[in-house]
Design a protein. Structure first.
Length: 317
């Protein structure tokens, strides 16, 4: 199985798998065997008993799971269930309600995100004093280099849902509250095909970003896509390749071609309309105000009425 060759070496041991039932003991014998809640648990443990320092911060979100996609540097994440070292090209999921901390600081102020607002509470012990646990609800990470990309082997550009890594389905079949999609290095072989994503608009909101390298439908530069950059095409906002990518794809020889070497773009897709915070719109001062013009202002119109043809009117004579 392919894996990413990380510059930052792994330092933790993990339990592998998805949809599995795991358990972990920091102290051997701490978990009851074949029993979830005995009257007198082994080692007398039911809550938190370890002592700790009083400096540090911890967080949890009561609103939903947290999906982390690092683009630069490595995140050392401590959770109630153990540690995760998450590097670019890996993603991590912190489930709803699980307390976590990013970095190496430590004080016992727990910040909770509830209904879109942040609340603080203080406690006299670390939130990470879980001695043992069992269950199937825990944070995890995944090396995107392992993703098995599929695509057309005949013609046309399939819907990008084929690149879905994680999905949180909505009650409406075929739509998702959130899909996490990646565009890793892959072969393009479509015959008689405009190979980049076509110009389109749809009911799904698309928040797209670039972890590393270049994206095959957008070039570098003012109208392009740089690592760390992101675009938001909300419900029914038209978009597609930039002018330069479009012209290159129109003229490209349609031989098998490997695209995206050394790169990985990602997308959050949602059937919901995405709101943008005041910080995201203005205070961050990172918005590309000329985005539309710089991306598509130079798109050429190749349509022309063939000689001898006339336009049929839709009006009754
Ligand atoms: Fe799109």
């Amino acid at each position: 199985m392919p894996v990413t060759q990380f510059d930052i070496k792994e330092k933790y041991r993990y339990q592998n798998g998805f949809g599995c039932h795991f358990e972990s003991e920091a102290v051997e014998g701490a978990l009851p065997i074949g029993h979830i809640s005995p009257q007198k648990p082994p080692l007398g443990l039911r809550g938190c008993t370890a002592s700790c320092r009083r400096d540090g911060a911890a967080y949890y979100s009561a609103d939903g799971d947290l999906l982390i996609v690092p683009q630069e540097g490595a995140l050392d994440i401590r959770t109630e269930f153990g540690w995760l070292l998450v590097r670019p090209m890996e993603i991590a999921v912190i489930p709803r309600g699980v307390k976590y901390r990013v970095g190496l600081t430590a004080e016992f102020v727990v910040t909770c995100k509830f209904n879109g607002k942040l609340f603080e509470t203080r406690q006299p012990h670390t939130p990470f004093d879980v001695v043992a646990w069992q269950g199937n609800y825990y944070p995890y990470k995944y090396d995107l280099g392992r993703f098995n990309t599929i695509g057309t082997i005949s013609f046309d550009h399939p819907d990008p849902s084929i690149f879905t890594v994680l999905s949180a389905p909505s009650p409406v079949p075929g739509t998702a509250i959130a899909d996490f999609v990646v565009f890793p290095p892959r072969w393009l072989v479509g015959e008689d095909t405009f190979r980049p994503p076509w110009y389109h608009r749809n009911t799904m909101s698309e928040f797209m970003g670039l972890i590393a390298g270049a994206y095959d439908a957008k070039k570098a530069g003012a109208g392009g896509f740089a690592p760390g950059g992101a675009s938001l095409h909300n419900v029914m906002s038209g978009h597609g390749p930039d002018a330069e990518s479009c012209e290159a794809a129109r003229e490209a020889p349609l031989e098998p071609a490997k695209v995206g070497a050394g790169s990985c773009a990602f997308m959050f897709e949602s059937c919901l309309m995405l709101g943008v915070s005041e910080w995201g719109l203005r205070r961050c001062r990172k918005v590309q105000h000329g985005y539309s013009e710089e991306s598509w202002g130079g798109v050429r119109n190749h349509w022309q009425l063939p000689p001898g043809k006339t336009v049929k009117s839709h009006l009754v004579d």
